[in-house]
Design a protein around this ligand. Sequence first.
Ligand SMILES: [Zn+2]
Length: 128
Amino acid sequence: MDIQVEGSNNRVAGRDYYENQIKPCPRCEVRVIDREKSICNQCTKEERDEKARGQMTLFGLGVLFIFGWLHGWRSERGLAPGIEGLAETLALSVGIAIAALSVIWFLLPLVVEIGAAYFESRRNRYRE
Ligand SMILES: [Zn+2]
């Protein structure tokens, strides 16, 4: 390599550092990520796990709520007494919770869409 004292044709060290396309992860500030990513893979996984845990907690609370209500309803009518009745009530509660969740997941986008269309038509009527 031909290094000239005047500086032309020499590589500038500062530019090499500029070309380093990584930055620290803003969430954990421990790992580094590509410039175009927002958080590191580990943090993405942690956020997904936290969301899943939250959903499981909601599901558990829902089952408990339905179980309490269903147990009261069934014992008032003398249905399903004893430990077997309790197990049956629990199985029913889980079934109802799953059914309710799938209805919500299926219906919610539909309701949002209908609601948006409704408000859109109202706004157009006011404009005329
Ligand atoms: Zn991170």
